[in-house]
Design a protein around this ligand. Structure first.
Ligand code: HSE
Length: 382
């Protein structure tokens, strides 16, 4: 199968190089920006790909919703299978693309959009065929895992850790989505769509690591805890879907603490399978390119869908999940939710809350921040 590639950045270069050596796959034209088509395999208009009858699969690795969405529609309408690593695109337009792919009787796979090289969505989409999935989630952002690992294991500053993650090709072009938890949120949206046939688009909550300071790192480590950014999704007992991202503090012997550098730990809990855990590199050129090629190979083996064409957008309800939190607020401020204990250090208070709902916690912190207060919070892991 001949695979055309849209984008020739960190991942696009990796995909093209891997295609040249892959068994059963062939490297086709690569779409680059006008004026950058300085080699014979590069083209600068999407029509040169959609009108090329020898192209079977279009692999999009550009990122962003537009022009990726227009190109995806053009490729599917031209009868090409469509594979993407673009979580922003699938989170915004996934159901539409799945329906269009079904109409055109071609495939639409996006394993590389969640978990980097980890075959999470690949396995999850197989598991849903024979088991009921109860929950999905884990460490789904390589940039923030790398940063948290460096900050906590070497004492590196937040700015240096982010700069390193960018140099290593883990971060998005604009790393805001990584550090605020939005990138991990998009990934849990995709996992929910695959697992529950509902793409949650409203009621989602995300807290990243952009408030996590070196002082917070020292404090939690003095308590024997380690911070990881965790995405959580699932079906509550009342049938509603929950989906949120927040930092979580774990005892040092927890499995999450052994996930280092740019690695991800993606999990699902099946009613019959029980917990399934997958660990591997969640970001970077070669791991992500390997997932794109895995999807291309899946297409050549006859697989067509990860998100079912019947998947619809829906809402998340994060009032149905509750846990305890550690919250850092300025000293002298009262935290507006039930607090079990507070400790003051260097002008700030670290308070442990009782069990509070995820939605109540995020709302309380948003109000404090709107009043100009600096706040960090993290759930206390089980
Ligand atoms: N910026 C993303 C991450 C890339 O760090 O996980 C892989 O999706």
């Amino acid at each position: 199968m001949k695979v055309a590639v849209l984008g020739y950045g960190t991942v696009g270069f990796g995909v093209y190089e891997m295609l040249k050596q892959a068994e059963g796959l062939e490297a086709g034209p690569v779409l680059v920006r006008p004026g950058k088509d300085d080699e014979p395999f590069k083209v600068s208009s999407i029509e040169q790909i959609t009108e090329d009858a020898s192209v079977d699969v279009v692999a999009e690795v550009m990122g962003g919703v537009e022009p990726a969405f227009s190109y995806a529609c053009a490729a599917l309408k031209a009868g090409k299978h469509f594979v993407t690593s673009n979580k922003a695109l699938v989170a915004a337009k996934g159901p539409e693309l799945a329906k269009l792919a079904k109409d055109k009787q071609v495939g639409f796979l996006f394993s590389a959009a969640c978990g980097g090289g980890v075959p999470f969505l690949h396995n999850l989409s197989l598991a849903v065929q024979s088991d009921e999935i109860l929950s999905v989630g884990g460490i789904l952002n390589g940039t923030t895992n790398y940063m948290l690992d460096q900050m906590q294991s070497t004492g590196m500053s937040y700015a240096d850790a982010l700069s390193d993650a960018q140099k290593l090709g883990y971060a998005e072009a604009d790393p805001t989505a990584d550090v605020t938890g939005l990138d991990a949120l998009r990934k849990i949206m995709l996992a929910c769509a695959v697992a529950f046939n509902v793409l949650p688009v409203d009621g989602l909550l995300h807290e990243g690591i952009d408030s996590f300071s070196a002082a917070d790192s020292s404090y939690i480590q003095s308590k024997g805890l380690t911070c990881r950014l965790i995405a959580s999704g699932g079906k509550a007992e009342n049938g509603s879907i929950y989906a949120f991202v927040e930092p979580v503090l774990f005892e040092r012997d927890a499995a999450e603490c052994s996930v280092l550098k740019n690695f991800n730990m993606a999990k699902y809990n099946g009613k019959n399978s029980g917990r399934i855990v997958m660990i591997g590199q969640g970001a970077g050129r070669w791991p992500t390119a390997s997932a794109v090629l895995r999807d291309c190979s899946d297409i050549s083996c006859g697989r067509r869908f990860m998100m079912k064409p019947s998947c619809e957008a829906g809402s998340a309800d994060n009032a149905c999940c509750a846990h305890r939190y550690l919250v850092r607020i300025p000293a002298g401020i009262a935290f507006p939710l039930p607090v079990e204990a507070c400790e003051e250090a260097d002008g700030v208070s670290y308070c442990r809350t009782g069990e509070v709902s995820v939605s109540a916690m995020h709302e309380a912190v948003n109000k404090l921040r709107a009043d100009g207060n600096s706040v960090f919070f993290a759930a206390i892991g089980e």
